[in-house]
Design a protein around this ligand. Structure first.
Ligand code: AMP
Ligand code: MN
Ligand code: MN
Length: 324
């Protein structure tokens, strides 16, 4: 796929990604935005629509331009769906539905391609790396600049856990290497957007860890945060990012589940695993998706119903792989 070729003649271009946008989602949107702003005709109307992104990303170029209130718009010539399939872009669906052409750029195994043009590569660690590949295919390394490099690098570190998760390979690291050559302060970027937690975030993390429950012989662990406790701390969903990874770090755990209440008897579920459990498959049964070792879904029922339903599928895989 050639980005500028696909946008040829377009004067109205929209960009969106999944609800509750993470670092890769925000970065892949801003990278496409920055690139098109630079290379499309100056009078083009180009907008990014996302749910309110976390403030730690505010130093990325274009962050201030993100539209978070989804106003009525005339139809777009081209609409980009980043880091997810079309069903997961929330309110931005109204733009995608009426657009003349939808372009879906994603790396989720559960996405079979939901645009008119699809660039879906499940073997690639982040949607931001896909944008890097597309920009370089279009215009070579010269098409990038320091700001674009910093945006893409941010997305990559978020989805690969700073080049540590199994979705990292030689090419991921080589791309990371080329990006840091642009000279932005990458240690600070990693520290401030990935590792640093506010005091509030540390408190809710502590609570979630304290209240976690192991089951199936210590191979699984679950923790849940109720709405009333989120309200007590003043925590939003953005403050809960990273809890599930901490649960997954526990010795002996093959599958970690973190859930938080998003409505009456409704939970957002995050799962992380190792090579023993394919959580994308588990999330898929409940209408969600993701990657083999990091996936999510939304579930209805009580906490116990949800855990029971999830554990049936997890147990099957643990048994199959001889882990229990
Ligand atoms: P999370 O647990 O929200 O950090 O998500 C882990 C991975 O699964 C990310 O790549 C998400 O994009 C993906 N994911 C989370 N929830 C869903 C869902 N409801 N449907 C499809 N993919 C999801
Ligand atoms: Mn994402
Ligand atoms: Mn991603």
């Amino acid at each position: 796929m050639k980005l500028l070729h696909e946008c040829k003649g377009a004067t109205r271009i929209g960009i969106s990604g999944h609800i509750r946008p993470d670092g890769d989602c925000i970065s892949s949107c801003l990278a496409i935005y920055g690139y098109l702003k630079k290379y499309m005709p100056k009078n083009s109307y180009i907008k990014v629509y996302l749910e309110k992104p976390a403030a730690v990303f505010s130093e990325l170029k274009g962050f201030e331009d993100i539209v978070t209130d989804f106003p009525e718009e005339e139809s777009f010539d081209v609409f980009f769906i980043m880091d997810c399939s079309i069903e997961r872009i929330g309110e931005a669906q109204k733009y995608a539905q009426t657009a003349k052409k939808r372009i879906n750029i994603d790396h989720h195994i559960s996405n079979s391609g939901t645009g008119d043009v699809n660039y879906v590569k499940p073997q690639v660690g982040s949607a931001s790396e896909l944008v890097y590949d597309l920009i370089v295919t279009d215009g070579g390394e010269e098409a990038l600049d320091k700001e674009l490099a910093k945006i893409i690098y941010t997305g990559m570190i978020h989805d690969t856990g700073v080049f540590q998760y199994s979705n990292t390979n030689q090419k991921t690291m080589e791309t990371g290497g080329k990006l840091v050559a642009y000279g932005f302060d990458f240690p600070r970027l990693i520290e401030e957007t990935f590792y640093q937690r506010t005091y509030l975030q540390t408190q809710v993390l502590g609570r979630a860890l304290m209240e976690s429950i192991r089951f199936m012989n210590g191979t699984c662990i679950v923790s849940c945060m109720e709405k009333k406790h989120m309200d007590f701390y003043g925590a939003t969903s953005q403050d809960l990012d990273g809890i599930v990874n901490q649960l997954r770090n526990i010795k002996g755990v093959h599958c970690a589940i973190f859930m938080y209440e998003i409505g009456n008897l409704e939970y957002k579920v995050s799962m992380r695993s190792d090579e023993i459990v394919n959580v994308a498959e588990v999330a898929g049964y409940f209408g969600g998706g993701g990657h083999m070792r990091a996936a999510g879904c939304t579930m209805q029922g009580t906490f116990h119903d949800c855990v029971n339903n999830l554990s049936k599928h997890i147990e099957e895989q643990l048994l199959q792989n001889g882990a229990i």
